[in-house]
Design a protein around this ligand. Structure first.
Ligand code: FAD
Length: 386
């Protein structure tokens, strides 16, 4: 192994996950999406084999690995045509935050279910009026004796219907200053006053997004994750894993699209020889291969920095990886559609659906504009623009 390739163990993990996911494949995924089904079978089999919780500490039912491992799992799933957004949310964001900052009791209660897939956790920060500007969220937690009372609205929350709990980013009044500070709460999806309504989306996926209504939801004192005064630090702890996972989701989808396009270009013949012999078809696909490999390399760098404890270095690399991966995926999907001609827009070939799926990577979990803002400011030292 050189420092430019992953360990044999990681490569074997990729092969195993790819093998498992290929049993399900793209047809299973789209079939579930179009019939209103779920990918629970795949999810639970992933959990049973230890892949879902590979980054969760061993003491709480996980594999004791790092973000690099769970990102590899996410990428290989997507590369087989089964991109699972809940991989980004449940083990990577919620699992990381709770493992790093939860109390011993909270880790024991929630991490084993996140690891084996029987206790999936969604993550809710986005609000209709705050959008990208998370500092403007208005979901508020108020103390009432030993309990908390939560009120607010969330939007585009993935997988609430598949989750037992949602890690909700809220604000609570600081007892000393009276100012509102960020706090994270674990909210059961069956709590009284908690309602989730699906948002019709154009993405072909069994995983749905929801509008969430939180009206006087009463929570026990220990629903607050970790320390009341460390909400912001805890929140930031989830951001690098989120971006690294989103990048892996995108590079996996991009590999899937490119694989299909290259296979088609080798077969389809309309003049003399297969269409892949025309540089107009071959070059864009070759460009995608280069762009995907560059994004994968940056994603692996970000994961390696994060797993080595370099949060600052990982922050810059994770943002750049997420940007590069989303761009590579959008272009790969577009080129895959073009390579397929008319077939590119049929449900049978399933390429056009990838346009929206990859496009979402430019918007969520952080938009390309906010990444460019970050790089302009932090990497180039330019003035803050917002
Ligand atoms: C498929 C999908 C799944 C999601 N899952 C979740 C989830 O599980 N949990 C969750 O909490 N959220 C989730 N989200 C929400 C997602 O994180 C937000 O959509 C995203 O952060 C952008 O917020 P917004 O949609 O409100 O856009 P807005 O904030 O309204 O932004 C609109 C546009 O303006 C641009 N813009 C805004 N401010 C600036 C600025 N200062 N400089 C330059 N450009 C700017 C943005 O980049 C964007 O292009 C999901 C979204 C999608 C699409």
């Amino acid at each position: 192994m050189t420092s430019f390739s992953e360990s044999e163990e990681r490569q074997e993990l990729r092969r195993q996950v790819a093998r498992l996911a290929s049993k399900y494949g793209r047809e299973y995924f789209t079939e579930q999406a179009r019939s209103g089904g779920k990918t629970t079978d795949l999810w639970l089999e992933m959990g049973k084999n230890g892949y879902l919780g590979i980054n969760i500490p061993g003491a709480y039912g996980g594999g004791g690995g790092g973000i690099g491992d769970i990102a590899a799992v996410c990428e290989e799933l997507a590369a087989q045509g089964c991109p699972l957004l809940m991989m980004v949310v449940s083990p990577a964001i919620c699992g990381t935050v709770i493992a790093r900052y939860g109390t011993e009791e909270q880790k024991q209660r929630w991490l084993p279910g996140i690891a084996d897939g029987t206790g999936t956790m969604a993550f809710a920060i986005t609000e209709p009026d705050a959008g990208t500007n998370s500092h403007n969220i208005t979901t508020t937690a108020r103390r009432d004796g030993d309990e908390w009372v939560l009120n607010g609205r969330k939007i585009y929350i993935s997988g609430v219907d598949e989750a037992d709990n949602v890690l909700v980013v809220s604000r609570a009044e600081d007892a000393k200053t009276g100012k509102l500070k960020p706090c994270l709460f674990v909210v059961p999806t069956d709590a009284v006053g908690f309602e989730a309504r699906p948002i019709p989306m154009e993405i072909v996926s069994p995983e749905q997004q929801f509008q969430v209504f939180i009206d006087d939801v009463r929570l026990p004192g220990d629903a607050l994750v970790g320390d009341e005064d460390a909400g912001l630090v805890q929140l930031f702890a989830g951001l690098n894993p989120e971006r690294i996972m989103a990048a892996s989701f995108s590079t996996g989808l991009a590999r899937f699209a490119l694989g299909k396009a290259a296979a088609y270009a080798k077969e389809r013949t309309v003049f003399q020889g297969p269409i892949g012999g025309h540089q107009a078809i071959a070059h864009p696909l070759a460009m995608s291969h280069i762009e995907i490999e560059m994004a994968r390399l940056m994603t692996q760098k970000a994961a390696a920095l994060y797993d080595a404890g370099d949060d600052m270095g990982a922050g810059e690399a994770a943002n750049m990886a997420k940007y590069a991966a989303a761009e590579a995926a959008c272009d790969a999907a577009d080129r895959a559609v073009q390579t397929h001609g008319g077939n590119g827009i049929t449900q049978e070939y399933g390429m056009a659906g990838l346009l929206v799926a990859t496009r979402a990577g430019r918007i969520a979990p952080v938009s390309r504009e906010m990444i460019l803002n970050f790089v302009a400011m932090h990497s180039l030292g330019l003035p803050k623009s917002y």
